[in-house]
Design a protein around this ligand. Structure first.
Ligand code: HEC
Ligand code: HEC
Ligand code: HEC
Length: 434
């Protein structure tokens, strides 16, 4: 008697657990289908025009699609580039109209579903290394224009590379959980209280521009937080920090002249700042191709971002930076600077207009987070070549010329000279950034 009772009870518990799991799965599936329109039974013939293709070409540049979907030296949009994430490597897909290797068999509705809902033609959920959490704001018209353009590029017969992700991140179930918690399809909603120019800028920055993919702070799930945020963050798997675009102490633009912002995004350099690392790539592949009107609009939006202190900067430094600088380190830094840096950046860090950025008064030099400084001194850098700056000057890498102590000393020196007043850089800071 008793035994069969126990038996029945465990059966009931098992049944209850199964029902619960099924309910959970149903909720997950439902959350992942949010905002998804059913695909049309019959695809209306897609009408492309040369004007639509040209518009799509421009929008693809605004979205920097080629930046991820084209490998160095590879066929345009043929995919194959690996994007490193904390969970493994995700490979960008072939977007050319090849019927099997690319998206030649996709309808405009399939393409829209990928952009808007992050779902592939076969129903597979896509990884957010494809910045659809931003692209979801792109309009159907713009999605169709990009689709028309991609159908016009030469078909490339390059099969997609399977992703290399660690278990359980490799499963669709894990991705479904991530999406349920961190992704909701959305459309851009214009703010009627703002001028049309601001709204155009908001649409470009938050949608195709996907600036938040690097400039957003990230939560524990690796998702960027708060669409308006742009409050700065370390780029996953890269030793680069994308500064806050809303903090005056980092890369906030509220105090800049509008034309300086346009010049930075168009030419990669202005009298007070220049782009480096991943941002030089963004300018080279994307923003330098945009019209002045669109760059003005982006600038108008960026200038009115609600002010925020950067997520990564700790509260006010405990003691004035000057009192924490070691005289010996400063002397060593000054010697290195005079020998290795001054012939380009000037005896008092003043730079040379149009060639070498000033280091005196430069915000990038004085930011709390020092990873970018360590990177540029280690690896050197090139400004992007642009119409306004066709033959940019470069900075050589100092990885072999300077050891960790030397890099720390010269950075401490430039952060504490000519009116600059930022905390010293330690050997440990440099060691942490290989
Ligand atoms: C930051 C890198 C990055 C950028 C920028 C990017 N993509 Fe992708 N894209 C990816 C990756 C990685 C995948 C693969 C995702 C997956 O398979 O889960 C992908 C997948 C896709 C897919 C799905 C293809 C398929 O076979 O399922 C489409 C469509 C797509 N991207 C279109 C675009 C367009 C259009 C743009 C520009 C507006 C763009 N992407 C910009 C990284 C990027
Ligand atoms: C692939 C990552 C990435 C993307 C996408 C990106 N940025 Fe950046 N951005 C960076 C990094 C890293 C830096 C810091 C290096 C530097 O100062 O140039 C930076 C710096 C900047 C700066 C400060 C430049 C300076 O020296 O003061 C501005 C302004 C900026 N980005 C604007 C934008 C805008 C607008 C977008 C979207 C259209 C964008 N970024 C998209 C990575 C990115
Ligand atoms: C041959 C000329 C040259 C020398 C030597 C040189 N630099 Fe540079 N430096 C440049 C150029 C050009 C850039 C802009 C490159 C870029 O943005 O990618 C730059 C950028 C920088 C930046 C980033 C400034 C910004 O606004 O983004 C820092 C910091 C810097 N250099 C520090 C140094 C230090 C420290 C040394 C000596 C150890 C040094 N440089 C030596 C030419 C030089």
């Amino acid at each position: 008697m008793r035994r069969s009772w126990i038996h029945r009870r465990s059966l009931l518990v098992l049944l209850a657990i199964m029902v619960l799991l099924l309910a959970l799965a149903a909720v997950l599936v439902a959350l992942n289908l949010r905002g998804e329109d059913p695909l049309p039974d019959h695809d209306a013939a897609f009408e492309s025009t040369p004007a639509l293709v040209e518009r799509g070409r421009y929008l693809a540049l605004a979205g920097n699609c080629a930046g991820c979907h084209t490998t160095r030296g590879g066929a345009a949009y043929a995919g194959g580039l690996g994007i490193e994430t904390p969970f493994g490597t995700v490979f960008a897909s072939n977007l050319t109209p090849h019927p099997t290797a690319g998206i030649g068999s996709w309808s405009a509705a399939h393409f829209w579903r990928a952009m808007h809902n992050g779902r592939s033609k076969d129903g597979r959920l896509l990884y957010p290394a494809f910045p659809y959490p931003s692209f979801t704001q792109v309009t159907r018209e713009d999605s169709d224009a990009i689709y028309a353009y991609l159908r016009s590029v030469p078909a490339a017969d390059l099969a997609n590379t399977p992703h290399r992700l660690r278990y359980p991140y490799s499963t669709q179930a894990a991705l479904a959980v991530w999406r349920a918690l961190s992704f909701e399809p959305g459309s851009f909603v214009a703010d009627p209280a703002q001028p049309a120019e601001w709204n155009r800028g908001a649409y470009l920055v938050q949608g195709l521009g996907h600036c938040i993919a690097c400039h957003g702070s990230r939560n524990m799930l690796g998702a960027t937080e708060d669409k308006l945020g742009l409050s700065g963050g370390l780029i996953p798997n890269e030793n680069w920090y994308a500064p806050s675009l809303a903090s005056p102490r980092e890369a906030g633009l509220a105090g800049w002249h509008r034309s300086e912002i346009v010049s930075l995004l168009k030419n990669g350099t202005t009298a007070r700042a220049s782009v480096m690392g991943p941002m030089a790539d963004v300018v080279f592949r994307s923003t330098r191709h945009l019209s002045d009107a669109d760059l003005q609009a982006m600038a108008a939006f960026l200038q009115k971002l609600p002010e925020q202190t950067a997520a990564a900067s700790p509260a006010e430094a405990p003691a004035p930076a000057a009192s924490r600088r070691d005289v010996g380190v400063m002397e060593r830094g000054a010697r290195i600077y005079d020998q290795q840096c001054a012939y380009c950046h000037g005896d008092s860090g003043q730079g040379a207009a149009g060639a070498y950025p000033p280091l005196a008064g430069n915000r990038a030099v004085q930011m709390t987070t020092t990873v970018n400084l360590i990177q540029i001194v280690r690896r050197g850098g090139f400004l992007p070549s642009t119409a306004g700056n066709p033959r940019p000057y470069g900075m050589p890498p100092f990885n072999h010329a300077l050891d960790e102590d030397g890099i720390a000393a010269v950075l401490t020196y430039i952060r504490g000279s000519w009116g600059n007043d930022a905390a010293p850089v330690s050997r440990a800071d440099v060691m942490r950034r290989p």
